[in-house]
Design a protein around this ligand. Structure first.
Ligand SMILES: [Fe+2]
Length: 343
């Protein structure tokens, strides 16, 4: 069997590969690692058969939907998962078979109601139900400390003590542990009495994870993150560097620099000769402002993000020479290039 761990920040994902059949299963993929997974699968001659999300993640962006579409593999989640893109919904005890790989779902609600651990021979992928030296929190949407107590003490911890534990997170660089080690030393598992365990979980008072609303929105709906939206737009437009643009500015400049910011920002300082066309009015005013679709346009905004979306929109509208400034007016200013004030 091939087995590889992938890390993004504190997030862990795993690829299991059957060397006989070349079938692979990917557990808890993270959005920023899509090309890494694809590279690993290609390098090892593996075909992705299943993509498993152990639960609806609130703290990282799942890559399941995108990988499922790219690689033609079904997205597997517990039947209670809200995600409309889950193709195969499992119940407690259901098994996935891919070549010699056999993975069994153990429904372990508590961190979320759709949490499941995935058991395979000598190991268990615990999602956020059990972490090394910790457990998932129970204060996020659909979390419940009573359910986590039952999932841990009445189910997961009844697996053999030597079972290897591979969690969905670890922030201290530990690759895995065993259930016996966790039972002996994990502080969350020392409260073996239900009311004490529940009280401990309720008293944790943890800060909300970064990107909570965006992660829940995208993971539950299959919608895009803002970064994905920008990346998709960026793939369809060229950029111009600040050095290049600065060198081309002048009396005979053939470029039309469009400043997409609001009026006050534009008046406070803009690139020489730039025309003001706020992003919010772009589509409404484009016919009047840019009658010639063959003109070479450079879009700019404050931070160099909205300008990408605007250049992509202009290209879609037929302005085939629309280009985005690499960087925004903020970077332009910081680099020491001149800004012009409105009269
Ligand atoms: Fe989680």
């Amino acid at each position: 069997m091939l087995f590889e761990t992938f890390t993004a920040g504190g997030c862990r994902s795993y690829v299991l590969g059957c060397t006989t059949s070349c079938a692979a299963i990917l557990i808890d993929p993270e959005l920023s690692l899509i090309d890494h997974y694809r590279g690993y699968l290609l390098q090892n001659g593996l075909t992705l058969r299943y993509i498993v999300d152990t639960h609806t993640h609130a703290d990282h962006f799942s890559a399941s939907r995108q990988l499922g579409e790219m690689m033609g593999a079904p997205v597997v989640m517990h039947r209670l998962a809200a995600a409309p893109y889950a193709d195969l919904r499992l119940d407690d005890g259901d098994m996935l078979i891919a070549g010699a790989l056999k993975l069994t779902a153990m429904h372990t609600p508590g961190h979320t109601r759709d949490s499941m651990c995935v058991v395979m021979a000598d190991r268990v992928f615990t999602g956020d139900t059990l972490l090394i030296g910790g457990s998932g929190r129970t204060d996020l949407p659909s979390g419940d400390p009573h359910e986590l107590y039952e999932s841990l003490f009445d189910k997961l911890l009844r697996l053999p003590g030597e079972t290897l534990v591979y969690p969905a997170h670890d922030y201290k660089g530990r690759s895995h542990s065993t259930l016996a080690e966790e039972i002996a030393s994990n502080p969350r598992l020392q409260k073996t009495e239900r009311s004490a365990f529940v009280a401990m979980m309720r008293d944790l008072d943890l800060a909300a994870p970064t990107h909570l609303t965006e992660a829940l929105r995208t993971n539950m709906s299959g919608g895009k993150t803002v970064a994905e939206l920008l990346a998709a737009a960026a793939r369809g437009v060229p950029f111009m560097s600040m050095v290049e643009l600065n060198g081309r500015l002048g009396d005979n400049c053939e470029l039309v620099v469009i400043d997409l910011r609001e009026k006050e920002a534009f008046e406070a300082g803009h690139i020489r000769g730039a025309r003001h066309l706020p992003r919010g009015q772009l589509e409404l005013r484009v016919n009047g402002e840019l009658p010639d679709p063959t003109v070479r346009i450079i879009t700019c905004c404050e931070f160099g993000k909205i300008s990408i979306l605007a250049a992509a929109t202009l290209r879609e509208l037929g302005y085939m020479r629309a280009t985005a400034l690499d960087g925004g007016v903020s970077a332009w200013r910081q680099a020491g290039y001149a800004l012009e004030l409105s009269p």
